[in-house]
Design a binder for this molecule. Structure first.
Ligand code: SAH
Length: 247
């Protein structure tokens, strides 16, 4: 009996210490989300099969895409298309990325349990939710106040405890740095040195680098304080990263 009590105490303490964004969800919240997902279960299954067949290596990414309710991140009229493998419009002429792109970028981050991740371009909050669902410590910046406010409300209501900031992503978050991983979800001409400096040594940054029409998915690894290695991973098209705050 005493042994059982001690074991329960150990399990409880373990859960408290290793609580991630995701595990702060209450059971009630989980039930609501799962019930909503069941309405789309055929569409979700088809999407997961498609992503699986496209060679996403990190199966935790696929599991997160299966769990996070993408329909909650798009407007009412687009909900029926939420599980299509395509980008969809959100407010302020921005887009929620295509699920494959989300999976591909997340895969490239080579996430370790509990990584501290900075995302530039919160948008709908979907990518931030995926990272939270995977147990990461998520920081995300958005330059449009409306998108920032909506994402904050939505992620809170789904039980995801991401740290969301309204600001200019070009500056990063110097007060919260360093980060294990940095993910840029808008097209950028070149990664500013401020962002490279906010990466831990051994950390990775994933960004679509190019002009407004086409970008090369690039991984920048910080090997030492002043040593970086770049690899390229195919062509993508993102909405542009814009300097300064939006209205
Ligand atoms: N990750 C988002 C989609 C990104 S779309 C999602 O999961 O829904 C790109 C986002 O980057 C847009 O919301 C855009 O407003 C934002 N953005 C563009 N320039 C930015 C900047 N300088 N700082 C922060 N966010 C920026």
């Amino acid at each position: 009996m005493k042994a059982l009590f001690v074991m329960s105490l150990v399990v409880l303490l373990f859960n408290l210490v290793f609580a991630s964004c995701q595990s702060k969800k209450t059971n009630d919240e989980k039930v609501v989300v799962m019930t909503q997902n069941s309405k789309y279960q055929n569409e979700i299954k088809a999407l997961i099969e498609e992503l699986d067949s496209k060679g996403i290596k990190d199966k935790r990414v696929i599991a997160a895409i299966e769990t996070v309710p993408r329909h909650a991140f798009v407007s009412e009229r687009l909900k029926s298309r939420a599980y299509e493998n395509s980008p969809l419009p959100i407010d302020k002429d921005q887009t929620i990325s295509q699920p494959y792109t989300v999976a591909f970028q997340t895969d490239l981050l080579k996430l370790q349990n509990g990584d501290k991740v900075l995302e530039i371009g919160t948008g709908s909050g979907y990518q931030a939710a995926i990272l939270c669902e995977m147990g990461m410590d998520v920081y995300s910046i958005e330059r449009h106040l409306l998108l920032h406010d909506k994402a904050k409300l939505l992620l809170d209501s789904l039980g995801y405890k991401a740290h969301l900031f309204y600001g200019d992503g070009y500056r990063g978050l110097p007060d919260q740095a360093p980060f294990d991983k940095i993910l840029i979800t808008a097209a950028i001409g070149e990664v500013p040195s401020q962002l490279l400096e906010q990466m831990k040594i051994g950390g990775l940054l994933v960004a679509p680098i190019g002009d407004d029409y086409s970008q090369e998915m690039t991984v920048i690894e910080r090997l030492a304080a002043d040593e970086f290695r770049r690899t390229k991973h195919g062509t993508f098209v993102f909405v542009p990263m814009i300097k300064g705050l939006g209205e």
